[in-house]
Design a protein around this ligand. Structure first.
Ligand code: IPE
Ligand code: IPE
Ligand code: MG
Length: 242
């Protein structure tokens, strides 16, 4: 099966998270470089990156995480060569199809976040249906596609204008973000060696802990998750207090 019963042997959980770590968000970066290092086209890296995403998702569920968000495609990624964008869109389509066929068997609430209006209507309605029909599952997986933190905040403001608001609060904005019903990420992991946010979860990351690793996303493994989790538990979060 696609998620709960993978073809490969499942990793055993080496760590267990508690209520201090409920939500990890991943900036899954480095697919292109991973492929280039192997003399292959960038698309090859995305295919392997998609497999890594499924493996890491299964593992995060197993260690007791309640929420996971992955950055799969940004509002800026459309600038890439058409061939690469097409290959990524094909991977999304295949993934949505898999979710659609097998969603009943998993413990996962699949939610696609971002400006979904960029996708064909049939794809949008499949995304909505997968979200709705898995809404009772215990592990929420947000898949950020055509996602931009700035676009998300602007979208929330426009929704508030439509509601007739003349003044807005943080709570008002929060209830129109795509990550509604999901607590802010406790930990944001970026693979691929760059130290930047690249327009990911700008609002929600206010007090997130960041963890950066040079490992390229297709090489990212459950042991790397363990390392990030251990680093998180070594941090002291103060949220502005003492
Ligand atoms: C991340 O990997 C996936 C997407 C942005 C879609 P990249 O494609 O950015 O890979 P690098 O960073 O160029 O190696
Ligand atoms: C961030 O990676 C977006 C995703 C992982 C989907 P990018 O590769 O697009 O980020 P930059 O361009 O290096 O900042
Ligand atoms: Mg990149």
């Amino acid at each position: 099966m696609f998620w709960s019963k993978p073809k490969k042997k499942q990793e055993t959980a080496a760590v267990r998270v508690d209520e201090r770590l409920q939500h990890i968000a991943f900036i899954m970066d480095g697919n292109g470089r991973w492929a280039k290092k192997r003399g292959m086209p960038r698309e090859y890296g995305h295919t392997h990156g998609a497999a890594t995403f499924k493996k890491i998702g299964r593992y995060c569920e197993k260690i007791g995480l309640k929420y996971m968000t992955v950055y799969a495609f940004s509002t800026e990624n459309w600038k890439r060569p058409q061939k690469e964008v097409d290959a990524i869109m094909k991977l999304f389509d295949d993934y949505i199809e898999e979710c659609f066929q097998e969603m009943e068997e998993d413990n996962v609430h699949f939610r696609f976040i971002g400006n979904l209006t960029a996708f064909p209507e049939t794809t949008q309605s499949k995304m909505e249906r997968i979200d709705r029909e898995t809404a009772h599952k215990p592990f929420l997986l947000n898949i950020a596609v055509n996602y931009g933190g700035r676009e998300e905040i602007a979208h929330a403001c426009n929704a508030l204008i439509r509601e007739g608001k003349r003044e807005v609060s943080e709570t008002d904005i929060g209830r129109h973000l795509y990550t509604l019903e999901c607590p802010d990420p406790d930990l944001i992991v970026r693979t691929g060696g760059d130290y930047r946010v690249s327009n990911f979860l700008l609002w929600q990351s206010a007090y997130a802990e960041y963890y950066f690793t040079p490992t390229l996303w297709p090489d990212y493994s459950p042991r790397d998750v363990d390392e990030a989790v251990a680093a998180f538990y070594g941090r002291k979060r103060r949220f502005g207090g003492l």
